[in-house]
Design a protein around this ligand. Structure first.
Ligand SMILES: [Zn+2]
Length: 322
């Protein structure tokens, strides 16, 4: 019998990463293309298909050997019917992407990108021994994937896991991208770090944050982290506040889902050494003691491959091969 493979596609607003892997999830070859989202739906779909053809060719394999394609997409999605409902950075709103790719003649398994990342970390990354895992990506926003009993929890219409939009502070004047005020991601993401840094500089606090950038708009999470390592007290306060907000949100997730593992990914996880103690302290103070005891909080391991390995895991999961 010919050896069998799966393909994972990480479809993003700027690039498409596609990899072909064996059924153990070992990547054989990969292809990367710009999405060219500004050129419209048909071009994006054609480029996606091209990555599939190219990756198989590069691996010297026939597409008939590919048992399934996992497709990680920004959501919200309707996974059952294969429809991308809305994506801010891709011109694919209300497109039935599974139907559009039907001429590949390979089963397509659509998955929200954060859910795919959760699956990737669970099967190939930091959560290999986990059974109930929550993946939290903290970058410009906060996204998440919830794995219960080894499977993604999709909810009633595949929208579960929008953890970034838990209201953390009801009377906050910080507006979130979703339109609400005081969402977790508005207060505890990399974007929040930048905002708190700018506010500190504008209010003339004694900080060296502004010495590290040319323009206030250049202040980001890395700037704050750098200032902390230089002993800046204002930056340390900002980090402490962010860690506290992160801990409050994570404590709630622990109380609701009783996970064995929390995996922290995204850009902010690169500053985890600055955040960890305070985050854990807040979790211990705010979550139920009996639920905190056995939960492990770890950082993600898959780096830039998380999307594509997650898509591979999604395909393997749907094919019952994990
Ligand atoms: Zn929100």
């Amino acid at each position: 019998m010919e050896k069998e493979y799966v393909i994972g596609v990480d479809l993003g607003g700027t690039k498409i990463l596609t990899a072909i892997a064996d059924l153990e999830g070992n990547i054989i070859e990969r292809v990367r293309k710009d999405t060219e989202a500004n050129k419209g739906k048909d071009i994006v779909i054609q480029r996606l298909k091209d990555t599939v053809y190219e990756v198989a060719k590069k691996a010297d394999l026939d597409l008939s050997q590919v048992k399934g394609i996992g497709l990680g997409c920004p959501g919200p999605l309707d996974i059952e019917s294969g429809i991308i409902k809305h994506t801010p950075n891709l011109d694919l709103d209300n497109v039935n992407i599974v139907e559009e790719l039907s001429d590949l003649n390979i089963p397509i398994f659509l998955e929200n990108d954060a859910n795919a990342a959760a699956l990737g970390e669970k099967w190939f990354g930091a959560g290999k021994s986990a059974k109930n895992l929550i993946y939290i990506t903290v970058s410009t926003g906060i996204g998440g994937g919830i794995i219960l009993n080894n499977e993604i929890y999709h909810g009633a219409n595949s929208g579960a896991g929008e953890i970034g939009h838990i209201t953390l502070i009801p009377d906050s004047d910080v507006k979130c991208g979703c339109g609400n005020y005081g969402c977790w991601e508005a207060l505890a993401s990399g974007t929040a770090l930048s905002r708190m840094g700018r506010e500190a500089v504008k209010s003339d606090q004694d900080t060296l944050i502004d010495d590290l950038v040319d323009n206030l708009s250049d202040i980001n999470g890395a700037t704050i982290a750098e200032a902390v390592t230089k002993g800046d007290k204002v930056a340390q306060e900002i980090i402490n506040r962010l860690a506290d907000y992160l801990g409050i949100g994570i404590a709630s997730l622990i109380n609701i889902f009783n996970p064995d593992t929390i995996v922290i990914g995204g850009g902010v996880s690169q500053s985890w050494n600055l955040l960890e103690d305070k985050v854990i302290c807040t979790i211990k103070a705010r979550a139920m003691e009996s639920l905190v005891e056995d939960v492990e909080v770890v950082t993600a391991e898959l780096g830039n491959d998380v999307g594509v390995l997650g898509a591979i895991a999604a395909a393997l999961a749907e094919l019952n091969l994990l």
